[in-house]
Design a protein around this ligand. Structure first.
Ligand code: ZN
Length: 115
């Protein structure tokens, strides 16, 4: 999963180079093909971003469910310190998790590195 984003970025880079080459030529069909390819790749990149965001959110939910009471809050030391939202971080499958305390309202963001 985490290798997908750099792979797609490289594909977009290659297709962009193809487009530069195609613009020097006169072959309209070739130009159209390269333009279509770039469009498709952009679409895949977009969908992948959505999937990664969903994946991060689900991982956060799972963590909350496996520990419904949460952990002790670092400020007020009450139980209820838990992940309230997650979002993807960077291009390597990392994740940013927002912890918050239901008792005193303390919030903290934790960055989890991708593999
Ligand atoms: Zn607290």
């Amino acid at each position: 999963m985490s290798d997908l984003l750099p792979g797609i970025s490289r594909s977009v880079g290659l297709a962009t180079r193809l487009r530069v080459i195609s613009e020097r030529g006169r072959d309209a069909e070739f130009k159209q093909l390269v333009a279509d390819l770039l469009l498709e790749l952009a679409e895949v990149q977009l969908k992948l971003d959505e999937v990664l965001a969903e994946n991060a959110a689900l991982k956060g939910q799972l963590q909350t469910q496996s520990n419904p009471k949460g952990e002790r809050c670092p400020r007020c030391f009450e139980f209820g310190w838990r992940v309230t939202s997650s979002r993807p971080h960077g291009q390597t499958g990392g994740m940013v998790q927002t912890y918050s305390c239901g008792k005193c309202g303390l919030k903290e963001e934790v960055v989890l590195k991708g593999k």
